[in-house]
Ligand binder design. Structure first.
Ligand code: NAI
Ligand code: MG
Length: 353
């Protein structure tokens, strides 16, 4: 009964922040949608790898596929290469479950210090749509004579017309529903003529179907500058895998803290489960201290509630986060305060009511 959610806390601060996300989602779903959520906590992590030699059991993907959504903390531990932790659990999940939409909102909350001078709360309000299954992160390439003076490497990007068109359509659909109806497509076809050339062709074709959306194309280097100079000019931004990855660290930084940056990895067909995770990693430098900001995870859980069509609950979680940040009494160290992860979670749950 209810919505079945698989929970992978993972490593470092992952389980710490996910616990608070679960509390907030539970409280909101109960109060605002009278919905039941069931949580299946899976121990897959670096510790699990050290015990079993695998990041997840042989039937792990089948287990995940039986759920309506996946809530994910972070993986990565200094004692094991990322090539195992990140590359055997997180990255294959996005491809196996065809989670081709990576949605990363960036919003400047009241009460959060913006590193850019003079930006008002709410002025930065963008949705970045990152392509999540191909492009520059296609696992294709090879090395010759590694770690010698003759070392040669090839890293191939893969751009398909279908892959580019589907992420562009997802972004245009979102832009159409927003008040400003603006979309910026990020490119670099002046230098990467083949792959980014195809991206631009897909953009030109798709935008014809959205005459109600004001769309333009922008080079990624100029975009990086404008994310700092005038982030308020952006509404929906759509970018390739690599460009979207880099630009969303920047959009997180200009909206105050990586500890507030949420994300959704969505399979819009709902053939496979979608996955919701904070943008940040396992933060080994602060793990176990109980001081990580849980709001990125909490806001990721809100994106999950949206996906489960529990929109009132999702809005209630976001409103509670906004209330807590604006009040300013409870702040974790990344926001300049001294509150613990649990105290921040308590404040959000209290604000949900
Ligand atoms: P990171 O995001 O874990 O940490 C970067 C900096 O931000 C650190 O100073 C950390 O203390 C701080 N930070 C991150 N999240 C925070 C939060 N919620 N509250 C307060 N401060 C926070 O990135 P880093 O250090 O590059 O990577 C650490 C490990 O995590 C690596 O093994 C990496 O591969 C992995 N990683 C995993 C990701 C995932 O599972 N999705 C994403 C990014 C990195
Ligand atoms: Mg990144």
């Amino acid at each position: 009964a209810g919505h079945r959610i698989a929970v992978i806390g993972g490593d470092g601060i992952g389980p710490e922040v996910i616990d608070q996300a679960i509390r907030a989602a539970e409280a909101a779903a109960k109060k605002h949608d009278r919905a039941e959520l069931s949580w299946n906590k899976l121990p897959w992590s670096t510790a699990f790898y050290k015990q079993t030699g695998r990041m997840l059991p042989a039937d792990g993907w089948d287990t995940l596929a039986e759920h309506d959504a996946i809530l994910f903390g972070a993986v990565g531990d200094p004692s094991v290469p990322d090539k195992i932790t990140v590359h055997e659990l997180l990255l294959p999940m996005r491809r196996k479950f065809d989670q081709y939409v990576n949605l990363r909102p960036a919003y400047l909350f009241a009460g959060v210090p913006c590193p850019l001078v003079g930006k008002k709360p709410g002025a930065i309000d963008m949705l970045v749509y990152r392509e999540n299954t191909e492009g520059e992160y296609a696992p294709i390439g090879g090395q010759l004579y590694p770690q010698t003076a003759d070392e040669v490497a090839i890293q191939t990007s893969v751009f398909t017309r279908r892959g580019c068109e589907r992420i562009l359509r997802a972004a245009f659909d979102a832009a159409r529903k927003r008040p400003r109806k603006l979309l910026t497509s990020i490119t670099k076809s002046n230098a990467l003529v083949y792959g980014m050339g195809l991206w631009d062709h897909a953009f030109e074709a798709v935008r014809k179907d959205y005459p109600d959306v004001k769309s333009n194309s922008l080079l990624v280097d100029a975009c990086a500058m404008d994310f700092v100079r005038k982030p308020e000019a952006f509404d929906v931004v759509v970018a390739s895998n690599l460009f979207g990855d880099i630009l969303t660290d920047l959009s997180a930084a200009v909206t105050g803290s990586i500890g507030l940056a949420s994300s959704a990895n969505v399979n819009p067909t709902k053939k496979f489960p979608s996955m919701f995770e904070p943008v940040h990693g396992s933060a080994p430098d602060i793990a176990g201290k109980g001081i990580a900001n849980p709001l990125a995870a909490v806001l990721s859980a809100a994106l999950m509630l949206d996906h489960l069509t529990l929109a009132s609950s999702a809005d209630a979680v976001r409103a509670a986060v906004a209330t807590v940040l604006a009040a300013g009494a409870v702040k974790t160290p990344d926001l300049g305060g001294t509150a613990t992860t649990t105290q921040m979670g308590d404040a959000v749950v209290a604000a949900i009511g």
